[in-house]
Design a binder for this molecule. Sequence first.
Ligand code: NAP
Length: 341
Amino acid sequence: MITFQERVNLAPFNTFGVTEYARWFTRIEKPVQIPALLQHALFSSGPHLILGGGSNVLFTRAFEGLIIRIELAGIKVIREDNEYVWIKAAAGENWHKLVMFCVQNNYGGIENLSLIPGTAGAAPIQNIGAYGVELTEVLEEVEGFDLTTGSTHTLSAADCRFGYRDSIFKHELKEKFLISSITLRLTRRNHRLRTSYGAITDTLKSLNISQPTIQDISKAVIQIRTSKLPDPQQLGNAGSFFKNPVIESKHYHLLKEKHPDMPGFIIDSQQVKIPAAWLIEQCGWKGKRFGDAGVHVHQPLVLVNYGRATGKEILQLAHQIHDSVVDKFNIDLQTEVNIIG
Ligand code: NAP
């Protein structure tokens, strides 16, 4: 049984807390509803948008189609051997809840990804990553539905064509595939700990931990993230608004002559990754506020809604930030957030 609601305010369903209306809205709570959805006229006759936690989306106008909110639930161990455990999570599960389940059971591999907002089903879309770990390293497979044929498919990690915050779901399969579950392969022992990022090293040191467990790493990541990132329950936001840009080494060296303190992380002999937050701060945006749209006071990569900002106002601010970074550094920031408009 599948039900549809008409003219639904999307404010509770996007972490920016922006008020825009969907013409039609439905929730998917059980996989059996999906074939019924795909055969329904409301699905086939107009635009549709699949929504998870709404933590990576900015609505800039009313959505004149069908919003499909994925609320499929369930986390289970489907297999284990001496070394590994395979965990299957339904797409609607909260990602951090899944991380906590794994950390508490001493399953290693995603502790660095603690407190990333969003759902398990959204994780493969941008190949979430943090503090030196990316989903691709632990993802075994993705299950879902081909939205054109209605058939079910299982994709391996290789099939997903993961890149930096990128996957096939942003390209060939964009709007063509509904992810219903993900399966991760995690370690039961001999965990591979990743503590090289400065923030983690410093936090573990401040906690007096020299031989960290995966639980310690998760705790450190949670401490770092809560100290600098706003809680969407308190202040509307969608995490990092822009991706960290990767530029050519030649460009980096030219900029470095003009801006000797510019940070850069070498990717290979040709490319360097620059923290977008640093670029935005250098352009003077940190803590700026225009009406209810603003740039976070601690983390300039995060745009915030102080209350009644519209999606258009937040987008306008993003455009201004983008243009100033082009003017000052000749770097073309790309949005990480999905702009609907
Ligand atoms: P941050 O830790 O200040 O890092 C800023 C940039 O510097 C990132 O591009 C990061 O690369 C890079 N970096 C920092 N230390 C590095 C090291 N030791 N080696 C290589 N590269 C290094 O970034 P933040 O904005 O506060 O975010 C913290 C972490 O959460 C970052 O890893 C960031 O990517 C991640 N994050 C992920 C998502 C997502 O998956 N959607 C959203 C927001 C933030 P990396 O980006 O490769 O880490």
